[in-house]
Write a protein of this length. Sequence first.
Length: 586
Amino acid sequence: MRKGKRRFIFSTLVITVLFMTITSVYAAKTSQKQVLPIYIAKGKKGIITPSIGKLVKQIREPMGKYKNEENLQQLIDRLKNETGHIYLSIYSETLEQQKEVKVLYDFLAQQEELKTRSELYLHFVYTPLNEQDVLFKTMPYVDTLNIDVQRLEDQHFIKYCYAQYKDQYKLILTDVVPIYYGADVSTGLDVLAKIYYDLPFDYPQIHQVFRQPSLQALPAKYDAFYKMLEEDLQVQYDPIQLQDLGESIDSDLLQFLVRTDEPVEYIEYKVNDAPAGQSFRYPYPITIDKALLHQGMNEMKVVMKVKGSDQYHVQDFYINYKGDIHYQERSARKAQTYPINQQPVYRKVNNKANQVYIPVLMYHKIKDQVAHTEEDQSMSVSTANFEAQIKALLEGGYTPINFKQLKDYLEGTSGLPKRPILITADDGYLCNYTKAYPILKKYNAQATFFVTSLYVGVTNEHEHFTWEQAKEMEASGLIDIQSHTHGHTLMNELNKTDVSYEIQKSFGDIEKYLGKRDVKVLAYPQFLHTSKVKEWASECGVDLQVTNLVSRYRPTATQKADIKRIHVSNDLSPQELLNQIKRLTQ
């Protein structure tokens, strides 16, 4: 559960290195009940620190250079011509030499030519060699401490200085990692990534990092790394926090990171069970392809392979994607439009005006031979019986309609034929395409097939029609494909997040393969739902909800959130079907 939300934004690393502030989320599920901190970029909305926009420069020289009076005078002359923020960083290698740095700084701090220049902001920078080096405390003009960073182990000294001095001094870093590792690029990049991407988490008050120039050319991969940091300057990161509503995302900047100290071989990302990519270097970034997403709730999975082990950590969470996704238009329908004054002749339910039961037939399988078992007689209808039922309905004056027509009628914007009826089949079985569809085409009868999108085109214990076959059927103008959830999940057992995912993933797949829906209809698997689930379904954009079976003798009025069906079994003859419809409507 999420219990609040913190927002973090970028700090800026000045001169040639810029870094990002990223915030964390702790998801609930791992193979070891271990937390994997996951981060997401939310948008290019980062702010700029006050030092940006002003000239910021580091003058970094060894102490030995200024034992020469000529060099010292050149330094003074240079400073007199500088403007903006200048970080003067004179360093040495021993504690004894640090005393010489103090003497030099004392001298420069007294130079009136430097003190009176309004355009110059001179920062005296002291580089302590270790925890015992506190000579800077005797220099009141020193306002900045620098920490040289060569190896990963230098993070310990960064941590110490940050804890001790962050409130008294400005802290900066000087990056000499590429010089230290040189041609060992792989190790150097690993160290750089760990240092830079850890800074905003552990040391948010360190805003500036300077790069030490190298006397010889360094491998180009180092420059590529720094360029990547610079490109991330304006990216804002917010914490993904796990709660029932998922993390809302309205940006197309779909970047993820994982921050862990465990030895990692790689991290793999999955979106809605589809592979989204792998990452092999800390902090294991990935940019998610928008094509993997649908509007609404999406399931993210992060799989971490532990180095030198068969162990994996797996962590799931949801993101609520609110960005634009443009789907093609669905195939045109053959349906007729009825004037609003044309109304069904069915009897009013409880003698209330505009409340009638519109018959909705429910099929599952249509096949040539139906076994003489109770289950098969209930769930299947023979091909011959199905055709006879369709023929009897049409000859009896009933007109098959679609759910778009029903929605318009229930909303009072359109009428209906005298005896409207809806033909539906659940689960998307292949026989709906091979057996039912040819018959429906033969009689020019509209029908709706409710599919579980996870199983479209899948053969398990049942065969299901494919998206290509579904598209062919919709192109006829007679067939409408609607949702039976994504995984045929029992919706009464789910929380809001899972309900939203089941619905939005299902419609996302349907619209991706078949085009944008002009009406969204949900049929609940096994009719299981609650009043809360129905509310959540409406919030997900569902227009019509098919909820249950109608009573044989006491019909209820058809409503947008409560559409009831007639179960058609194989032992129901065409005449018995007509008689049942008449009992409910006359």
